[in-house]
Design a binder for this molecule. Structure first.
Ligand code: GTP
Length: 235
Protein backbone atom coordinates (compact mmCIF):
# COMPACT_ATOMS: atom_id res chain seq x y z
CA UNK A 1 0.00 0.00 0.00
CA UNK A 2 1.09 3.53 -0.69
CA UNK A 3 0.05 5.21 2.57
CA UNK A 4 0.81 4.00 6.10
CA UNK A 5 -0.87 6.73 8.13
CA UNK A 6 -3.78 8.73 6.80
CA UNK A 7 -6.17 11.40 7.93
CA UNK A 8 -9.62 10.82 6.49
CA UNK A 9 -11.87 13.87 6.33
CA UNK A 10 -15.57 13.05 6.01
CA UNK A 11 -18.18 15.68 5.39
CA UNK A 12 -21.13 15.91 7.72
CA UNK A 13 -23.53 16.16 4.77
CA UNK A 14 -22.29 12.81 3.47
CA UNK A 15 -23.54 11.16 6.66
CA UNK A 16 -27.09 12.22 5.79
CA UNK A 17 -27.18 9.75 2.91
CA UNK A 18 -30.47 10.44 1.14
CA UNK A 19 -32.02 12.10 4.17
CA UNK A 20 -32.45 15.87 4.57
CA UNK A 21 -31.07 16.08 8.06
CA UNK A 22 -29.14 14.07 10.63
CA UNK A 23 -27.47 10.72 10.23
CA UNK A 24 -28.31 7.85 7.91
CA UNK A 25 -27.31 4.68 9.75
CA UNK A 26 -26.81 2.63 6.62
CA UNK A 27 -24.39 5.25 5.22
CA UNK A 28 -22.55 5.27 8.54
CA UNK A 29 -22.22 1.49 8.47
CA UNK A 30 -21.04 1.58 4.87
CA UNK A 31 -18.28 4.02 5.85
CA UNK A 32 -17.39 1.90 8.90
CA UNK A 33 -16.92 -1.15 6.69
CA UNK A 34 -14.82 0.77 4.16
CA UNK A 35 -12.62 2.05 6.98
CA UNK A 36 -12.41 -1.43 8.51
CA UNK A 37 -11.15 -2.90 5.25
CA UNK A 38 -8.16 -0.54 5.11
CA UNK A 39 -7.50 -0.81 8.84
CA UNK A 40 -7.14 -4.56 8.41
CA UNK A 41 -4.30 -3.89 5.98
CA UNK A 42 -2.45 -2.13 8.79
CA UNK A 43 -3.15 1.43 7.67
CA UNK A 44 -3.14 3.81 10.63
CA UNK A 45 -6.30 5.90 10.48
CA UNK A 46 -7.22 9.25 11.98
CA UNK A 47 -10.59 10.77 11.12
CA UNK A 48 -12.14 14.23 11.23
CA UNK A 49 -15.86 14.59 10.53
CA UNK A 50 -17.71 17.78 9.66
CA UNK A 51 -21.01 18.81 11.23
CA UNK A 52 -22.99 20.33 8.37
CA UNK A 53 -25.72 17.67 8.52
CA UNK A 54 -26.66 19.02 11.94
CA UNK A 55 -25.55 22.63 12.18
CA UNK A 56 -23.60 25.18 10.16
CA UNK A 57 -22.03 28.13 11.94
CA UNK A 58 -21.82 30.28 8.81
CA UNK A 59 -25.54 29.99 8.05
CA UNK A 60 -26.41 30.76 11.65
CA UNK A 61 -24.50 34.01 11.27
CA UNK A 62 -26.61 34.91 8.26
CA UNK A 63 -29.64 34.41 10.50
CA UNK A 64 -28.32 37.01 12.93
CA UNK A 65 -26.50 34.80 15.42
CA UNK A 66 -23.04 35.84 16.53
CA UNK A 67 -20.44 33.95 14.49
CA UNK A 68 -18.51 32.53 17.42
CA UNK A 69 -21.70 31.12 19.00
CA UNK A 70 -22.61 29.43 15.73
CA UNK A 71 -19.12 28.04 15.31
CA UNK A 72 -19.13 26.47 18.78
CA UNK A 73 -22.52 24.92 18.02
CA UNK A 74 -21.00 23.53 14.82
CA UNK A 75 -18.15 22.03 16.84
CA UNK A 76 -20.67 20.26 19.05
CA UNK A 77 -22.36 18.97 15.89
CA UNK A 78 -19.05 17.37 14.86
CA UNK A 79 -18.95 15.63 18.25
CA UNK A 80 -22.40 14.12 17.62
CA UNK A 81 -21.18 12.79 14.26
CA UNK A 82 -17.89 11.61 15.76
CA UNK A 83 -19.71 9.65 18.46
CA UNK A 84 -22.02 8.09 15.88
CA UNK A 85 -19.05 7.10 13.73
CA UNK A 86 -17.22 5.72 16.76
CA UNK A 87 -20.24 3.58 17.66
CA UNK A 88 -20.54 2.36 14.10
CA UNK A 89 -16.84 1.45 13.87
CA UNK A 90 -17.09 -0.41 17.16
CA UNK A 91 -20.15 -2.29 15.91
CA UNK A 92 -17.97 -3.79 13.17
CA UNK A 93 -15.26 -4.73 15.67
CA UNK A 94 -12.82 -1.84 15.35
CA UNK A 95 -10.90 -0.38 18.27
CA UNK A 96 -11.39 3.35 18.42
CA UNK A 97 -10.53 6.36 20.52
CA UNK A 98 -12.36 9.67 20.37
CA UNK A 99 -10.51 12.85 21.28
CA UNK A 100 -12.21 16.20 21.59
CA UNK A 101 -10.68 19.63 21.04
CA UNK A 102 -13.13 21.02 23.59
CA UNK A 103 -12.95 19.35 26.94
CA UNK A 104 -15.92 17.08 27.62
CA UNK A 105 -14.20 14.39 29.56
CA UNK A 106 -17.32 12.40 30.38
CA UNK A 107 -17.68 11.45 26.72
CA UNK A 108 -14.26 11.77 25.10
CA UNK A 109 -10.59 11.97 25.84
CA UNK A 110 -9.13 15.44 25.55
CA UNK A 111 -7.00 16.01 22.47
CA UNK A 112 -3.46 15.05 23.43
CA UNK A 113 -1.21 14.75 20.43
CA UNK A 114 1.22 12.24 21.91
CA UNK A 115 -1.63 10.01 23.07
CA UNK A 116 -3.25 10.20 19.64
CA UNK A 117 -0.01 9.07 18.01
CA UNK A 118 0.31 6.13 20.43
CA UNK A 119 -3.27 5.09 19.66
CA UNK A 120 -2.47 5.15 15.95
CA UNK A 121 0.67 3.09 16.50
CA UNK A 122 -1.54 0.51 18.24
CA UNK A 123 -3.83 0.51 15.19
CA UNK A 124 -6.70 2.16 17.01
CA UNK A 125 -8.80 4.40 14.83
CA UNK A 126 -8.58 7.89 16.28
CA UNK A 127 -11.45 10.30 15.71
CA UNK A 128 -10.80 13.97 16.36
CA UNK A 129 -13.99 15.78 17.35
CA UNK A 130 -14.93 19.44 17.95
CA UNK A 131 -12.86 20.73 15.05
CA UNK A 132 -9.80 22.64 16.20
CA UNK A 133 -11.68 23.95 19.23
CA UNK A 134 -11.62 27.48 17.83
CA UNK A 135 -14.24 29.58 16.08
CA UNK A 136 -13.45 30.94 12.59
CA UNK A 137 -11.85 27.65 11.56
CA UNK A 138 -13.51 25.02 9.40
CA UNK A 139 -13.35 21.27 9.92
CA UNK A 140 -11.14 21.15 6.81
CA UNK A 141 -8.67 23.35 8.67
CA UNK A 142 -8.95 21.10 11.72
CA UNK A 143 -8.34 18.07 9.51
CA UNK A 144 -5.23 19.66 7.98
CA UNK A 145 -3.93 20.70 11.37
CA UNK A 146 -4.44 17.26 12.94
CA UNK A 147 -2.96 15.53 9.89
CA UNK A 148 0.20 17.60 10.25
CA UNK A 149 0.30 17.14 14.02
CA UNK A 150 0.12 13.33 13.83
CA UNK A 151 2.44 13.30 10.82
CA UNK A 152 -0.02 11.67 8.42
CA UNK A 153 1.27 10.80 4.95
CA UNK A 154 -1.78 12.23 3.23
CA UNK A 155 -5.16 13.81 3.85
CA UNK A 156 -8.02 12.02 2.12
CA UNK A 157 -11.01 14.23 1.54
CA UNK A 158 -14.01 12.01 0.98
CA UNK A 159 -16.75 13.79 -0.94
CA UNK A 160 -19.64 12.87 -3.19
CA UNK A 161 -17.75 14.07 -6.28
CA UNK A 162 -14.94 11.88 -7.60
CA UNK A 163 -12.26 14.57 -7.70
CA UNK A 164 -11.44 18.14 -8.66
CA UNK A 165 -12.90 19.43 -11.93
CA UNK A 166 -12.29 22.42 -14.18
CA UNK A 167 -15.81 23.57 -13.21
CA UNK A 168 -18.59 22.27 -10.96
CA UNK A 169 -19.50 18.92 -12.58
CA UNK A 170 -22.97 19.04 -11.02
CA UNK A 171 -23.66 22.27 -12.94
CA UNK A 172 -21.42 22.13 -16.01
CA UNK A 173 -21.54 18.83 -17.97
CA UNK A 174 -18.41 19.77 -19.96
CA UNK A 175 -16.29 19.96 -16.79
CA UNK A 176 -13.11 17.87 -16.94
CA UNK A 177 -11.55 16.03 -14.01
CA UNK A 178 -7.93 16.55 -13.00
CA UNK A 179 -5.97 13.44 -12.00
CA UNK A 180 -3.12 15.42 -10.48
CA UNK A 181 -2.41 19.04 -9.61
CA UNK A 182 0.33 20.89 -7.81
CA UNK A 183 -0.62 23.24 -4.99
CA UNK A 184 0.46 26.17 -7.17
CA UNK A 185 -1.68 25.03 -10.11
CA UNK A 186 -4.70 24.54 -7.87
CA UNK A 187 -4.17 28.01 -6.43
CA UNK A 188 -3.59 29.81 -9.73
CA UNK A 189 -6.62 28.15 -11.33
CA UNK A 190 -8.72 29.24 -8.34
CA UNK A 191 -9.96 25.70 -7.69
CA UNK A 192 -11.78 25.36 -4.41
CA UNK A 193 -10.49 22.20 -2.77
CA UNK A 194 -10.59 23.34 0.81
CA UNK A 195 -10.81 26.79 2.31
CA UNK A 196 -7.63 28.87 2.09
CA UNK A 197 -6.53 28.27 5.68
CA UNK A 198 -6.71 24.50 5.23
CA UNK A 199 -5.14 24.61 1.78
CA UNK A 200 -2.25 26.80 2.95
CA UNK A 201 -1.56 24.54 5.94
CA UNK A 202 -1.25 21.55 3.61
CA UNK A 203 0.90 23.43 1.10
CA UNK A 204 3.31 24.88 3.65
CA UNK A 205 3.74 21.52 5.35
CA UNK A 206 3.97 19.52 2.15
CA UNK A 207 0.96 17.38 3.00
CA UNK A 208 -0.63 15.86 -0.12
CA UNK A 209 -4.43 15.99 -0.45
CA UNK A 210 -6.54 13.45 -2.32
CA UNK A 211 -10.13 14.40 -3.11
CA UNK A 212 -12.18 11.30 -3.93
CA UNK A 213 -15.68 9.88 -3.96
CA UNK A 214 -16.13 8.13 -0.61
CA UNK A 215 -19.62 6.90 -1.45
CA UNK A 216 -18.57 4.33 -4.04
CA UNK A 217 -17.60 1.13 -2.23
CA UNK A 218 -13.97 0.15 -2.74
CA UNK A 219 -12.72 3.64 -3.58
CA UNK A 220 -11.03 4.19 -0.23
CA UNK A 221 -9.13 0.91 -0.74
CA UNK A 222 -8.03 2.01 -4.22
CA UNK A 223 -6.76 5.32 -2.86
CA UNK A 224 -4.72 3.52 -0.19
CA UNK A 225 -3.10 1.35 -2.84
CA UNK A 226 -2.17 4.44 -4.86
CA UNK A 227 -4.46 3.50 -7.75
CA UNK A 228 -5.38 6.66 -9.60
CA UNK A 229 -8.65 7.53 -7.98
CA UNK A 230 -9.92 11.05 -7.41
CA UNK A 231 -7.51 13.98 -7.70
CA UNK A 232 -4.11 14.19 -6.03
CA UNK A 233 -2.85 17.63 -5.03
CA UNK A 234 0.82 17.76 -4.02
CA UNK A 235 3.92 19.92 -4.19
P1 GTP B 1 -3.05 2.89 26.52
O1 GTP B 1 -3.38 2.09 27.72
O2 GTP B 1 -2.11 4.02 26.76
O3 GTP B 1 -2.63 2.05 25.36
O4 GTP B 1 -4.37 3.63 25.97
P2 GTP B 1 -5.85 3.51 26.43
O5 GTP B 1 -6.62 4.49 25.62
O6 GTP B 1 -6.35 2.12 26.39
O7 GTP B 1 -5.73 3.95 27.94
P3 GTP B 1 -6.59 4.82 28.85
O8 GTP B 1 -6.53 4.16 30.17
O9 GTP B 1 -6.18 6.25 28.70
O10 GTP B 1 -8.07 4.72 28.23
C1 GTP B 1 -8.95 3.67 28.49
C2 GTP B 1 -10.32 4.06 27.97
O11 GTP B 1 -10.76 5.26 28.61
C3 GTP B 1 -10.35 4.37 26.47
O12 GTP B 1 -11.58 3.95 25.92
C4 GTP B 1 -10.25 5.88 26.42
O13 GTP B 1 -10.84 6.43 25.25
C5 GTP B 1 -11.00 6.25 27.66
N1 GTP B 1 -10.54 7.54 28.18
C6 GTP B 1 -9.29 7.91 28.47
N2 GTP B 1 -9.25 9.19 28.93
C7 GTP B 1 -10.53 9.62 28.93
C8 GTP B 1 -11.19 10.85 29.29
O14 GTP B 1 -10.58 11.84 29.69
N3 GTP B 1 -12.53 10.90 29.13
C9 GTP B 1 -13.24 9.84 28.67
N4 GTP B 1 -14.55 9.98 28.52
N5 GTP B 1 -12.68 8.68 28.33
C10 GTP B 1 -11.34 8.56 28.46
Amino acid sequence: MKYKRILLKLSGEALMGDKNFGIDNSRLLQYANEIKSISELGVQIAIVVGGGNIFRGVQAEQGGMERTQGDYMGMLATMVNSMALQASLESVGMETRLQSAIEMKEIAEPFIRRKAVRHLEKNRIVIFGAGSGNPYFTTDSAASLRAIEVDADVILKGTRVDGIYTADPEKDPSAQKYDKLTFDEAYSKGLSIMDMTAFTLCKENNLPIIVFDMNTPGNLMKVIHGTEEGTLVEA
